[in-house]
Design a protein around this ligand. Sequence first.
Ligand SMILES: Nc1nc2c(c(=O)[nH]1)N[C@H]1C(S)=C(S)[C@@H](COP(=O)(O)O)O[C@H]1N2
Ligand SMILES: [Mo]
Length: 507
Amino acid sequence: MTTDLREAPPVAAPRLTPAVAGLTGVLSLAAAVGAGHLVAAFVGSNASPFLAVGNAAIDLTPTWLKNFAVDAFGTGDKPVLLAGMAVVLLLVAVGAGLLSRTRALPGQVVVVVFGAVGVAAVYTRPDVGQLALAAPLASLVAGVLVFRWLHGAALSRGMSGSRREFLVTAVAAGVAGAVGQWLGSRKDAEGSRAAVGPLTAAEPAPPVPAGADFAKLGTPSFITSNSDFYRIDTALVLPQVPAEDWTLRIHGMVDRELTFSYADIRNRPLVERIVTLCCVSNPVGGPYISTARFLGVDLAELLREAGVRDGAEQLFSTSSDGFTAGTPVSTILEPGRGAMLAIGMNGEPLPIAHGFPARLVVPGLYGYVSATKWVTDLELTTWDAKQAYWLQRGWSEQGPIKTESRIDATRSAAGKVRVAGIAWAQHTGIDKVEVRLDGGAWQQAVLSTEVTTDAWRMWWAELDATPGSHTATVRATDRSGYTQTDRIADVVPDGATGWHTLTFTAQ
Ligand SMILES: Nc1nc2c(c(=O)[nH]1)N[C@H]1C(S)=C(S)[C@@H](COP(=O)(O)O)O[C@H]1N2
Ligand SMILES: [Mo]
């Protein structure tokens, strides 16, 4: 019998088991994320590729998907986004490993492609410089090299022979990420905020009278504490802007360009105003509405110092993280409007989440067209020249707050029910609130003491209610004589309408 060498079984090329291949991918991903996060601590938190990709995803998300995310997860949409990204990345990492059971190259190509996405995301961020590209580049290089290294070790010595390499990678990635997180958080603006010291109002807001809310009947308290104040913004990582580094530039269609430092602003006579802010994304009955005492300078005064030129229609405001809003100049300059550049909130410097060092507040307008937090730039321009962040995403150019009301609580006993809630028509004022049960006759509610037309008003009413299930409905009438419409409108493009109803069981 002759032996034909050509028919001999080929020497099997070394091959990783699926588990080891997948692990190679996952640990290379960990190394990439850890390295990027560490470098980002030196060149800007938002340069961390994972966060930059998340921020880019937020900015690129189509409006329908954004609304779905907010509906489904409320203000928890950001953790959900990050968790979703983590799952996708893990799957890609496992996939990259499985593509590379013999040769390292296919997996490395996947790593390079994803690294490039990180570079692109950081490159397009408005709040980090070119140096910030060092972070995603570090991720890319660490990912490619570690993949090659682990792959080679596992291929030549098997899993048991290369335990050390795998362990070293896992530990190094974890340490890099943790150190990056720690170094990055030491640069936050909290220290600068703590050093601001007391801010005093030359013109304090009036004290809040005892009858301004019906908290005992279940309404919110008239003033919302800073920690309970609703928060809406596009920032995955809160912008950290030390007051010492902050400036506000006013330019565009003005007679003279002005730049203010934080000291310039705080040393001016400060006014305090009570204002109820509201988000255009607040659904009927929703939670995105709160009231605070804001302290700052009159925005119309600042603009007049710069000298607003004829033809300026839009105040285009930009924040340190690149968010923009467009506000009608005519509204800001309206006598008595009370628009502010605010630096204080409820007796403290603005919390970082609410815009420290400074934000805009315009009574009567939804936040997306007026309330820019971390504001650094005010440009006077026309509507045609520039489109702000949410206008580019299908929301309306003009955003006056719609007259609305909400039921907060029902308490029943002995054939009666007390229904209580809030109503708002900022800068117009609430004149009447009516409640009815099960489509019956409207009954007028008792209103709280009016503190300012720029804030919400609380109400309560007592109605007859037999034991069992009932539905309460509320509607408000504002001082212009307008009664809240029952026509149901979605939050897009300019705010929800409809009557809020609540079904409850009477005792
Ligand atoms: N920089 C920045 N400012 C912003 C936003 C944002 O995404 N980024 N969102 C706006 C919107 S939509 C609203 S409703 C208000 C909310 O302010 P608050 O978080 O203090 O309640 O901030 C406005 N200012
Ligand atoms: Mo908003």
